[in-house]
Design a protein. Structure first.
Length: 491
């Protein structure tokens, strides 16, 4: 997140002042150290050289931090290092779907050292070839389907090793208001940063932005140029180009494109952040310092971002100039979902004085944000689970329960517990109690109805189900503190 006003920096490769915040979610964090890495050490073979791997990354990070204009000329040897490839392999999801070659994690491990040695040699001599990704789809809230890609296992492995090396550079460059898919950063930090800004800064208008098909429209040629601002090792650049040009395989047909990066690979989130860092983040910071008279706040999580403005006319001017900026780089605002609304401390009173209704709400990262009052009459922002998100999840559970109609009760109960816990861990924020209770109640109701349909002579009484519910379904609780508390502790 960012706020305030001041002089302009250059839009590409700017120098940034040293950051004195000690945590990742601090709004002023525009200079961060590389995360330590959390690959678990499970045996001696896998942990060989782990200390040296980290020291190598630390040297890269320190070099990037000392000289913000430095272009790194020798990085590939860090990627094809056997120890790094081994660590990347064990960090992959073991039950993940296989790519087009059918290779699984378990099968690859049977001859792991031989496989890694061969992969390392191919990378070293430039013989490594990226394979097409297998196309799959997931449903979106609006009824459309979002395309995802499933890379082959070796592509996942190399991408993960490359990301670990490149993070040492880009975690120095990325700005503090970028939260998506970065080490030690989370959606909840982005949510808290936005809520804190609205509650503590002079925010009267919120611009809720949505990019149309970002991952399908980013331009490869621009992305390569952005990467080359920091990476002068042509072997690394060619490696990235191989992944971009590998194409997708769908229904037996292979397709290529000069645009887009397939969601599903380890490298895609990093490349997306690099693209938006140069196209959006640096430009927003420059616009705020050079063009804005009033307060401007900005929070981005991957391709989802929201801004707060003190003055409406500045918000409208920014939106118009943002469209022009995005068009230059092949991107487009989804005008149907991009809205400017009156929102903030004075929104309710101003609208009441004009004879208008309550302030509008906006959605960000799965939560509906609402202007409200505390018990003492102060202003606050309430965040509630988006109704569409909750209903979509309940529909998924309903369909799955039909498939599990005759499965043993303990198996179904254990699965439902994981569903409820996962929901609570993400949506368990203060002032969201009602939505949390509603979700948990609906899960119980769907399960009870399913159990009673197992047989026309069902003996599932209310008392018996309550015992099952008490045993398997966790009680509602909050897993996150208030935004000001979390940010206060971090900073």
């Amino acid at each position: 997140m960012m706020h305030g006003s001041g002089k302009s920096d250059r839009p590409i490769g700017p120098k940034k002042p040293p950051n004195k915040a000690v945590g990742p979610a601090a709004e002023a964090v525009e200079e961060r150290g590389l995360a330590e890495g959390n690959l678990r050490q499970q045996n001696r073979l896998r942990t060989q050289g782990r200390g040296s791997l980290q020291s190598e990354l630390e040297r890269i990070r320190e070099a990037a931090k000392r000289d913000r204009e430095m272009r790194f000329t020798a990085l590939l040897h860090h990627v094809y290092d056997i120890n790094r490839l081994r660590a990347a392999f064990y960090a992959l999801k073991r039950e993940a779907a296989a790519g087009i070659d059918g290779e699984t994690w378990k099968h690859y491990r049977e001859a792991l050292e031989e496989n890694l040695a061969g992969l390392s040699k191919r990378l070293k001599r430039g013989a490594y070839r990226a394979k097409p990704v297998r196309r799959t789809y997931i449903s979106k809230e609006d009824g459309r389907r979002r395309p995802l890609g499933v890379p082959v296992l070796e592509d996942k492995l190399v991408q993960r090793a490359a990301v670990e090396v490149l993070n040492g550079i880009y975690e120095v460059d990325f700005l503090g208001f970028s939260y998506g898919y970065r080490p030690e950063r989370s959606a909840h930090q982005a949510l808290d940063a936005l809520a804190t800004a609205i509650m503590t800064r002079r925010v009267n208008w919120v611009l809720d932005c949505d990019l149309r098909g970002f991952f399908d429209t980013l331009v490869h040629s621009w992305l390569v140029k952005f990467v080359e601002h920091r990476i002068a090792d042509r072997r690394i650049v060619r490696l990235i180009q191989k992944w971009l040009s590998a194409g997708v395989l769908e229904d037996g047909k292979r397709a290529w494109s000069e645009q887009g990066t397939v969601q599903g690979g380890s490298i895609s989130p990093l490349l997306a952040n690099v693209y938006l860092h140069y196209v959006l983040d640096l430009w927003v910071r420059m616009w705020r310092k050079k063009r804005a008279r009033g307060e401007v706040v900005y929070v981005r999580f991957a391709d989802d971002f929201a801004l707060g403005f003190e003055h409406r006319e500045e918000a409208e001017r920014f939106r118009a100039e943002l469209r022009e900026r995005l068009t230059q780089f092949g991107l487009e605002l989804n005008l149907e979902k991009t809205r400017l609304i009156e929102f903030g401390r004075h929104a309710a009173k101003n609208r009441q004085d004009r004879g208008e209704g309550k302030p509008e709400t906006f959605n960000f990262l799965g939560f509906t944000h609402i202007c409200a009052k505390t018990h003492k009459g102060g202003f606050t922002v309430i965040r509630q689970t988006m109704r569409k998100r909750m209903q979509r999840k309940l529909n998924e559970v309903k369909a799955e329960l039909r498939q599990r109609l005759h499965d043993p009760v303990p198996e179904v109960g254990d699965w439902l517990r994981s569903v409820v816990l996962g929901h609570l861990h993400y949506y368990g924020v203060p002032m969201n109690w009602k939505a949390l209770y509603t979700f948990r109640y609906q899960i119980g109701w769907l399960w009870q109805r399913t159990l009673r349909r197992r047989s026309h002579k069902s003996r599932m009484t209310t008392e018996r189900f309550q015992r099952l519910e008490k045993r398997w379904l966790p009680t509602v609780r909050l897993y996150h503190p208030y935004p000001l508390v979390r940010l206060g502790v971090i900073t």
